[in-house]
Design a protein. Structure first.
Lengths: 559, 431
């Protein structure tokens, strides 16, 4: 029954291929039905959930675990997955390659459900890789565009750097514990020196998948994919896998003492991504950087031992980020551009979209009483357990300031200004998911309370106010109002503009990586090609040379 | 049951029948296929790594043989006989427990490769063959000297007697046989030979022959820990040379050849790391890589036949109109990067875990292996992006017949089916 949830999507993705003979509508309705069924099943599973269920076969990799952590993720993945598939019917309505699209989308959702249910690290790794491939193919979906191709390759390569770290981590676990069965490993976490390297390797894996510094470069580029895909990657699948991995292996990470690493990574990433988001000129890139920003909040939460709120923030982030992406998708779909300057003022003429977008923005910025406020507040508050009082207050002030600054900048630019672009007509396939998400964000606090009580047995303190963080948010809104609502941005001194350019380029970290990669693949390759000359006599000399070298090594080696 | 002897007889019988039926091309193919099937059934009686190598060899050969009906236009007799011999030598070399017989099989293998390289009788084939003959004969001489030395020293010609032989003899054998295994720095002949040989032969050569050679030298090196370490280091350099060289190649077959140099590097590293897990999965990687690489080589042959060019820059987007061709190219190239559900996923993942557990330099090996594998993504993606993404310039009058792709598809589907779980293979062949 539980396994039916991932299986529905996995088998559905395979069935899409033969079904396309029956026409486009069949494929679309089939995908919606399959993902809808999976969503219903996961909700049903949630309702009857009381305690851990373990399914599986002893001594094999095929074991599955349904506990409160996987239950939460299962709901998030499948419900959002369903809404996004529904949205796709409208968004990808004119796309010719719809078979490829639905195949990968369903596979993506199914693999992610499998990932969160996996009870064995090897099985988890298999799903982890499938999720990676699906995202690479979906990012490169419009592969006629060279940027899309490059973005797909980049996502695949960068995340697989993390994957190899994970593989080595699993290897160490296997060598050390003799098993890769998660509960066994976690119950045998002893204070060996190996716990730290294992934890570090798993953290690197999570950093790659969840786009944290220094492996965050693939996520902004991933915006080349269709917006529905971005919504799925950002809200439900892929990037949440890294946070999930850390949460799943949490006892091991804590006992190894690697939690300060999580906090440091989180803080660095939060600053870099927040500043880049303020300067971005592309609506989707703002949202992408903001995802990186919020993922780093989850990393911080895990680092400061606030495990429950990392999960709850994952939930709230999923809601508002999916909402923002889907609205942005409608705007992009209608205007045909992603540049903010080209769509200025578009929301002023579109009340419904403006309202839903604002709901998302308010939750993201952490304005009470929306769910984003509750979870963010708790995480920033917990910082004081680790950092000195002053420093933690300063950090939470700056972080709140930055995040309200970048998201209100986006909002104000979209509702003011003299753009001509308009949204034509209404596609209910696209509007319905947006409305559902907006409503669930509005009542999000109630959702948070019930889910937290049921799954984590923890009462969420809703009106827990951290005055420093709130004043940061308010200041951010005020500054954004002055700069972009009142359009005082041009009065800023010139050096700030050049700083913004610098931040817009993601602090040139990506450029540096690209340069290195290009250098290796062109210059390095040319050099190596030159080394190998095609003159037979020289090649034969190599044989003798290697003979002599081998002899020398062995003789010197004292064998 | 003495599989070795049966394999020799079956091959001979097959060769003679093909020679006798030189007037009937269809019959020749039929005989080849039947002989290969019998060979496949014979080699799987041998439940050892050699059996797995033999199975890989015959599987690739079956697909190549079916494809050869369209790929090989003239001199079918010549091709079919030597091809059969080449295929059977892979098993014979891997299973041989006697040094003298090993050397004989080795020479038969080298000669068939050399002759098949000149198949097209063009200037560049001659050049490639010359290069190959020069390098391989020098190598063979060294190996012969090594074998002679070992036999004089120990008084026995069994493979296991190498344990008591001097280091010098082992070094001579490794360097000599290392030429065929395309170990750095002895791999220079490989790309040229692959370019000149017919695609059916390249598939065998790249898919199994060099891997068999790698397996053989690793068997020798196993008797001396120092040699194993040296081989590991040379394998690491080889991976980087192979992967980096592949980037700048425009010729599809040359690109694939360089990627084989890299993959042989993974296999040698795994076999010589001294960890059982890595050894097991390196052997599995021979099968996994062989199936996918062979399918790409055969595909390159078909593309050459249809579009008379193998240069990636000239055959942009040729696969964009045929879903089956698209599937073939994408899955084979993505499979070679080691992702599920392909068999390569298991082999690459566990080679990495295995070498990590190596006593000496484990961390070093695993880091470099990961970097090498990551480096390879770029050109595999480039390959399928170039072929699959539609362009406006291609002419669509000439189209590849999709029926021809069936043998290639079977290889790929096999790589996927076996990829569900590697356990049965490991247990069956006692890897």
């Amino acid at each position: 029954m539980i396994l039916l949830i991932p299986l529905l999507n996995l088998i559905g993705s395979l069935l899409v291929i033969p079904l396309h003979k029956l026409g486009r509508k069949v494929v679309e309705y089939f995908s919606v039905t399959v993902s809808g069924l999976a969503a219903l099943l996961s909700i049903y599973q949630y309702l009857i959930f009381d305690g851990i269920i373990i399914l599986g076969y002893p001594n094999s990799y095929f074991t599955f675990i349904l506990d409160s952590l996987s239950m939460l993720l299962l709901i998030v993945v499948n419900c959002l997955g369903f809404l996004i598939v529904l949205y796709s019917v409208g968004y990808m309505g004119e796309e010719k390659d719809y078979v490829r699209y639905y195949f990968f989308i369903l596979l993506f959702i199914g693999a992610m459900s499998g990932l969160v249910l996996a009870g064995d690290l090897i099985l988890l790794y298999i799903f982890w890789e499938i999720v990676g491939i699906c995202s690479a193919f979906l990012i490169a979906f419009w592969w006629k565009k060279p940027e899309a191709r490059r973005a797909g390759l980049k996502a695949f390569t960068v995340t697989r750097i993390g994957d190899f770290a994970m593989l080595l981590g699993i290897g160490l676990i296997y060598i050390h514990f003799g098993s890769t069965y998660v509960p066994y490993v976690l119950s045998n976490v002893s204070n060996t020196w190996l716990a730290f390297p294992i934890a570090m390797l798993l953290i690197i894996a999570a950093v790659g998948k969840s786009a944290q510094f220094p492996l965050h470069v693939w996520l902004p580029d991933a915006m080349e994919g269709p917006t529905s895909v971005s919504a799925l990657i950002h809200a439900a699948t892929m990037v949440k896998a890294g946070v999930y991995l850390i949460s799943r292996m949490y006892p091991l990470i804590v006992s190894s003492g690697a939690t300060p690493v999580l906090v440091s990574i989180g803080l660095v990433t939060a600053f870099i991504s927040g500043l880049s988001a303020i300067a971005s000129e592309d609506i989707k890139r703002v949202l992408a950087y903001s995802t990186i920003n919020h993922l780093s909040l989850m990393f911080i939460a895990l680092g400061v031992m606030n495990w429950t709120f990392a999960q709850l923030h994952l939930l709230t982030h999923a809601l508002f980020k999916a909402l923002l992406f889907l609205v942005a998708g409608i705007l992009i779909h209608e205007t045909g551009t992603r540049l903010i300057t080209d769509m200025e003022g578009i929301l002023a003429r579109e009340k419904l979209l403006a309202f839903t977008f604002t709901v998302g923005v308010l939750s993201l910025a952490g304005v009470p009483p929306l769910p984003g406020f509750v979870t963010k507040e708790h995480i920033l508050d917990a910082l004081s357990h680790l950092l000195p009082e002053d420093l933690s207050m300063f950090t939470s002030f700056i972080l709140s300031l930055i995040s309200s600054l970048y998201i209100f900048r986006l909002l104000f630019l979209l509702i003011t200004g003299s753009g001509e672009k308009k949204v034509h007509g209404r596609d209910w396939f696209m509007l319905l998911p947006v409305l559902v998400l907006a409503i669930s964000t509005l009542v999000g606090v109630l959702l948070l309370e019930t889910i937290s009580m049921k799954l984590f047995h923890e009462q969420v303190e809703i009106f827990h106010v951290n005055p420093i963080a709130v004043s940061g948010t308010v200041l951010g809104v005020f500054l954004a109002y002055l700069l972009w609502f009142k359009r005082l941005v041009n009065l800023l001194p010139k050096w700030i503009a050049s700083l913004a350019m610098f931040a817009n380029k993601g602090f040139y970290i990506d450029t540096l990586y690209t340069w290195i990669a290009r250098w290796i693949s062109s210059s390095g390759s040319r050099l190596i090609t030159k080394l190998q000359c095609g003159i037979p006599s020289v090649n034969v000399m190599w044989i003798l040379a290697s003979l002599i070298i081998l002899l020398t090594i062995v003789l010197l080696g004292g064998v | 049951m003495n599989v070795e002897l049966y394999v020799i007889y079956t091959t001979l019988l097959g060769v003679i029948t093909i020679l006798l039926s030189f007037k009937f091309k269809q019959l020749q193919t039929l005989v080849s296929i039947m002989t290969l099937t019998i060979l496949a059934l014979l080699v799987i009686q041998d439940r050892s790594p050699a059996g797995l190598i033999g199975l890989t060899s015959t599987l690739i050969a079956l697909a190549s043989s079916i494809s050869s009906t369209t790929l090989i236009k003239e001199d079918k007799t010549f091709h079919d006989t030597l091809f059969l011999v080449l295929v059977s030598t892979a098993y014979l070399v891997a299973s041989s427990q006697d040094l003298i017989r090993l050397f004989v099989y080795w020479e038969v293998m080298s000669i068939s490769i050399a002759v098949l390289t000149t198949f097209e009788r063009e200037e560049h084939s001659m050049e490639a063959a010359l290069k190959y003959v020069m390098m391989c004969s020098s190598g063979s001489l060294l190996a012969l000297a090594g074998i002679a030395l070992a036999i004089t020293e120990t008084g026995a010609s069994t493979f296991s007697s190498l344990a008591g032989a001097s280091v010098l003899s082992k070094i001579l054998i490794i360097v000599g046989f290392g030429v065929e295994a395309a170990v750095f720095p002895l791999h220079f002949w490989l790309p040229d030979v692959h370019m000149s040989a017919p695609s059916t032969v390249s598939a065998i050569l790249s898919g199994i022959s060099i891997e068999t050679a790698a397996y053989t030298i690793s068997r020798v090196a196993a008797y001396d820990p120092m040699l194993s370490i040296v081989l590991c280091f040379s394998a690491i350099i080889g991976m980087f040379i192979g992967n980096l060289s592949a980037y700048s190649q425009d010729d599809l077959k040359r690109l694939l050849a360089y990627s084989s140099v890299a993959n042989v590097g993974y296999i040698i590293l795994g076999l010589n790391s001294g960890v059982q897990l890595a050894k097991t999965f390196s052997l599995l990687h021979i099968l996994a890589h062989g199936l996918l690489k062979a399918s790409l080589f055969l595909l390159a042959g078909f593309l050459m036949l249809t579009y008379s060019s193998r240069k990636l820059s000239k055959i942009r987007g040729v696969a964009s109109t045929s879903p089956i061709l698209k599937f073939t190219i994408i899955s084979a190239s993505i499979g070679l990067t080691g992702v599920p559900p392909f068999l390569t996923f298991w082999s690459e993942a566990f080679i990495l875990i295995g070498v990590f557990a190596s006593q000496k330099y484990g961390l070093f090996y695993s880091i470099f292996l990961s970097i090498a594998i990551i480096l390879s993504f770029g050109y595999y993606f480039k390959t399928f992006y170039t072929l699959v993404v539609p362009t406006t310039t291609i002419k669509q009058e000439e189209k590849l017949k999709e029926v021809l792709l069936i043998p290639i598809l079977i290889l790929i589907i096999l790589a996927i089916l076996l990829g569900f779980t590697p356990d049965p293979l490991i247990r069956y062949f006692n890897l």
